[in-house]
Design a protein around this ligand. Structure first.
Ligand code: GDP
Length: 431
């Protein structure tokens, strides 16, 4: 989602205005001199558009004086955000510090909006016009305290911000499950076990048209759409069951699903083919449940061996829940539905920006990113830019090593869950 940075010298009413914009959704903590605030970024919404508001106060405490500090802040904002909102106190007029900020922002390639704050009564409107001299375009008169005209300002903000990238739409109807795994792992057996005598389920879902290649299956009181199962139902085990055909089918099924059940044969060593299936799932960004099938054939020795294989083979899907099942006997097959539900809930989950940043700033204060080339990269703020899969964007002043990104992901999962879903972490380094 797009980012709006708010800049301005202290006491112009930035925090009050940000609170206005947020509609008190997440209250901004007041600036306290000398204290670094723990929250800097928040979720906002106007006219159906979502965006992130970043209050830049407290980013860069500076010993070189207020003017330099605020100018540096503006510089950072301009290089990080999609649009910048400058707040000026109209009752005071443009000060030397405001001029310094304007000088920086006139170079901005991104849109800049000018808010003339504290226009608490009509007499001040004439002073507002004088702010054209800052060279930042039309000043929007607002009174953060009284809520005056913030609608016009918000309309202008929405116009200036780029559209958020569209998220994968929630497909109406039953949630879509792919059942994948190498040939003979037990896919048809499991589907048969799950469907049992359920042919009537198709009729019982009102208004659903079923793609003939899909199967509707009721599990645990909920109807699921198992995608691309035609071949499985007919138990086609001809020459077309070659590896090439199988891998194409696997990719197609994953693409049309939201959550994938990866079947692994617990009675045999993990194979290259299993790993290729897992790679496809990881790359697809779909939620995932691992089902270790043929558990009826697993004895004590095999179990120890299997643990070692899984430790090595599943490093990229450690977040996926594992269920030990037997499609033959039906053992633990009923545990699949709750696992699917958990995975999808994680896949759909969104952490509010305020919460995310208060957690992140604590984490980073305790364990800062490793120094690279003599420089300490700083993480300025983060937002969860999307769901399905959950995707975080970290705004930083430098490159973050893969190891540190993995550390952040691990801690993020410890704090917020996300079992059964991949979590993507993108880093946007300020230019
Ligand atoms: P698919 O190619 O993945 O669809 O695999 P199938 O469902 O056709 O199963 C291949 C073989 O494994 C068949 O002989 C099944 O009876 C057998 N099989 C499937 N699941 C199990 C299981 O849980 N335990 C055991 N012992 N055999 C199974």
């Amino acid at each position: 989602q797009p980012v709006l940075a708010v800049v301005g010298r202290p006491n112009v009413g930035k925090s009050t205005l940000v609170n206005r914009i947020l509609g008190r959704r997440e209250a901004v903590v007041q600036d306290t001199p000398g204290v670094t605030r723990d929250r800097v970024a928040y979720d906002a919404q106007w006219a159906g558009r979502r965006f992130t508001v970043v209050d830049t106060g407290g980013w860069e405490p500076s010993a070189t004086g207020l003017q330099a500090a605020v100018a540096a802040q503006a510089e950072l904002a301009m290089n990080t955000a999609d649009a910048v909102l400058v707040v000026v106190d109209a009752s005071v007029g443009a000060t030397a510090t405001d001029e310094a900020v304007a000088k920086v922002l006139r170079r901005s390639k991104r849109p800049v909006l000018l808010a003339a704050n504290k226009v608490d009564d009509e007499r001040l409107l004439s002073d507002v016009a004088s702010l054209w001299s800052l060279g930042l375009g039309e000043p929007y008169p607002v009174s953060a305290l009284h809520g005056r005209s913030s609608g016009d300002l918000l309309d202008a903000i929405i116009k200036a911000l780029p559209e958020a990238p569209r998220e994968r739409e929630a497909v109406a109807g039953p949630r879509r499950v792919a059942l994948v795994g190498k040939p003979n792992v037990g896919k048809s057996s499991l589907l048969n076990k799950l469907t049992g005598e359920q042919r009537s389920v198709v009729d019982s879902v009102a208004g659903t048209t079923v793609d003939p290649v899909d199967s509707l299956v009721e599990l645990d009181g909920q109807v699921w759409r198992f995608v691309d199962t035609a071949g499985l139902r007919k138990r086609v085990h001809t020459a077309s069951g070659t590896e090439y055909y199988a891998s194409l089918r696997t990719k197609a099924a994953i693409d049309s699903s939201e959550v994938v059940i990866v079947l692994l044969d617990a009675s045999e060593p993990l194979s290259e083919q299993d790993l290729r299936v897992l790679t496809s799932v990881v790359e697809s960004g779909r939620a995932c449940v691992l089902a270790l099938n043929k558990w009826d054939l697993v004895d004590e020795d095999r179990r120890h061996q299997l643990e070692k294989e899984l430790d090595r083979g599943l490093v990229r899907v450690t977040w996926a829940e594992r269920v030990n099942i037997s499609a033959l006997t039906g053992r633990s097959v009923r545990k699949l539905a709750p696992a699917l539900r958990t995975a999808l809930a994680s896949w759909d989950q969104r952490v509010p920006t305020g919460q995310l940043n208060s957690w992140l700033s604590e984490l980073i204060a305790a364990t800062p990113p490793p120094v690279r080339g003599g420089k300490q990269p700083k993480v300025l703020f983060a937002t969860q830019a999307g769901i399905r899969p959950p995707t975080l964007v970290l705004f930083t002043t430098g490159f973050l090593e893969a190891g540190y990104r993995r550390f952040i992901e691990r801690k993020f999962r410890e704090r917020f869950g996300f079992e059964g879903s991949p979590v993507r972490i993108n880093v946007r380094v300020r230019e």
